[in-house]
Ligand binder design. Structure first.
Ligand SMILES: Cc1cc2nc3c(=O)[nH]c(=O)nc-3n(C[C@H](O)[C@H](O)[C@H](O)COP(=O)(O)OP(=O)(O)OC[C@H]3O[C@@H](n4cnc5c(N)ncnc54)[C@H](O)[C@@H]3O)c2cc1C
Length: 485
């Protein structure tokens, strides 16, 4: 009898785990094994969903990955998708921040909330003069002595001041993590900042040194040889191209199945194996199980096996968001879209968190005579807005765009995507919680957890952690004899 690995959830994490298992199988001593991916929804991809409608390319969920974290583009390269990688349009690299009802350019040189150039910050209308002085004083603020975790809000206020938190860090973080800096763990969400403070005593000094070093060292195996890598990177055909290619390759490898519409109800241990219950279908037995579903779904499936583990998994909170993609004729746009979009500080009291000017940020997103804008709704502070019906949500988004960008024209296309409980939040103490979860999970050899809930929320980190998990599974299988079932 061949061994069987069941993967629960076929988002990018589940698919990347399956692909890696097949990729490295021959060089491991795992022997032959079958893979079955069980997916609750009617298609693989999880949060990743690209749609092509009337000449527009719309990303319902994520629209890119961070190039600095190489694991997603490396996977694309291994899949032969290198020619499909797409950089952002650098001519329009600006990001705007709404302040007192007006869009201000985020000063050039501000990298992930840390200023690295004096002049653009000095001349920026976004931050007040006392706020700018306070930011510059960061160079002289001593390192934190305590070693425990700290909130992102506390960290940024301590180092760069309250105005930098309110006008830069909070809206940027809300736009990416949909999170609340008051409860987010800086160590788990932005470990680099903590490292910069520890190593250089200052974020500004550390960031400048890091940038100089990056300029000198050419990244090995760059995805786009000869081109300077932009901060964000995507695929010309949208991120579903990655999902579709992964799916094809996994199935082509043989002895692998993806069952959609297969919601896992529980995982139990039975005679040294796992019994995986599936809603409305016979249960399946497996030698190893990878749970690549969100932490709360993992908790539900593991409740019968280990109530304490389930409880710990439930302690990872999630927030809901929605994206509303809305297209207009170019001639109806009164103010030019001269950047990637804007973020909105909470203090502005608006209903949307951010908007990406998708057809400016990326090529191949809209017909030549149109523009595509993508608005973010919900998140940690405005979760209830995600429950608005489509008509009310579209009305709300249009009113916001009219106020902020002066667009009062009829859209040519609108699409709403809701992502309920889709963004894990790394709140204070996250690292300790994950260490406990992993200790508890290790009681069940052959049971593995992966996905964005644990060691990094983005696509690149999800791919990396899936690869690490796949290696552990192969190692586990190598030490396991096939058993009859
Ligand atoms: C609106 C939005 C925008 C984002 N933008 C970006 C971005 O631009 N860049 C970036 O890097 N990241 C972004 N992210 C984060 C990114 O989506 C995640 O990092 C990544 O998709 C997580 O993948 P995953 O496989 O861990 O989880 P998921 O994509 O959530 O996949 C989990 C899968 O498990 C399935 N499942 C759940 N329960 C069960 C069950 N009981 N049985 C079987 N299957 C089950 C689900 O149906 C789902 O398919 C964004 C997220 C959202 C919501």
């Amino acid at each position: 009898m061949t061994k069987r690995v069941i993967i629960i959830g076929s988002g990018i994490a589940g698919l990347a785990a399956a692909y890696n298992l097949r990729e490295h199988q021959s060089s491991s001593a795992s022997g032959a094994f079958e893979i079955v991916l069980l997916e609750k929804k009617d298609a693989p991809g999880g949060n990743i969903k690209t749609e092509k409608i009337d000449g527009f390319l719309i990303e319902g969920g994520p629209d890119c990955f961070l190039s600095e974290k190489p694991w997603a583009w490396e996977l694309c390269k291994r899949l032969g998708l290198q020619a499909s990688l797409l950089q952002t349009n650098e001519v329009a690299k600006k990001t705007f921040v709404l302040s007192k009802g007006r869009l201000h350019e985020l000063p050039e040189g501000v990298i992930l909330m840390v200023p690295t150039r004096i002049m653009p910050l000095a001349f920026s209308g976004l931050i007040s003069i006392p706020g700018k002085i306070r930011m510059a004083l960061e160079l002289f603020i001593p390192k934190r002595k305590e070693t425990g975790d700290e909130s992102l809000g506390g960290f940024v206020t301590r180092r760069l001041g309250k105005e930098a938190l309110d006008k830069i860090a909070e809206p940027l973080v809300a736009g990416v993590h949909a999170g609340d800096p008051a409860t987010m763990s800086v160590r788990s969400s932005f470990p680099k900042f903590v490292q910069l403070e520890e190593e250089h005593g200052s974020l500004i000094r550390g960031m400048i040194k890091r940038m100089a070093l990056m300029k000198k060292t050419q990244k090995p195996g760059s995805p786009l040889p000869g081109q300077k890598l932009t901060m964000f990177i995507t695929l010309k055909e949208g991120l579903s191209h990655l999902i579709n290619t992964l799916t094809e390759r996994i199935l082509a490898a043989g002895n692998t199945a993806i069952r959609t519409g297969a919601a896992v109800t529980g995982v139990l241990e039975k005679q040294g194996k796992f019994e995986v219950g599936i809603e409305g279908a016979p249960s399946m037995t497996a030698d190893a199980v990878i749970i690549a579903a969100p932490a709360y779904a993992a908790a539900k499936t593991l409740a019968g096996l280990d109530a304490e583990l389930a409880e710990k998994l439930l302690a990872i909170p999630y927030v809901s968001t929605a994206t509303v993609s809305i297209a207009f004729k170019k001639k109806d746009i009164v103010r030019p879209l001269s950047g990637f979009g804007f973020v909105i500080p909470r203090t502005e009291g608006r209903k949307i968190m951010a908007a990406t000017w998708s057809s400016v940020k990326w090529s191949h997103r809209a017909p030549d005579d149109s523009v595509l804008v993508r608005c973010f709704v919900g998140g940690a502070k405005n979760a209830e807005l995600v429950n608005l019906g489509d008509a009310d949500m579209i009305k709300m988004v249009r009113a916001e765009l009219e106020d902020i960008m002066g667009i009062d024209a009829e859209p040519v296309l609108v699409k709403v995507y809701r992502w309920i409980n889709s963004m894990p939040q790394y709140t204070i103490g996250h690292d300790e919680r994950i260490a406990e979860i992993e200790r508890r999970c290790a009681r069940y050899p052959g049971l593995f957890l992966t996905g964005s809930a644990y060691h990094g929320i983005g696509i690149a980190d999800s791919v990396r952690n899936a690869e690490i998990t796949a290696k552990k599974v192969l190692h586990f299988l190598a030490g396991r004899q096939p058993a009859s079932r």
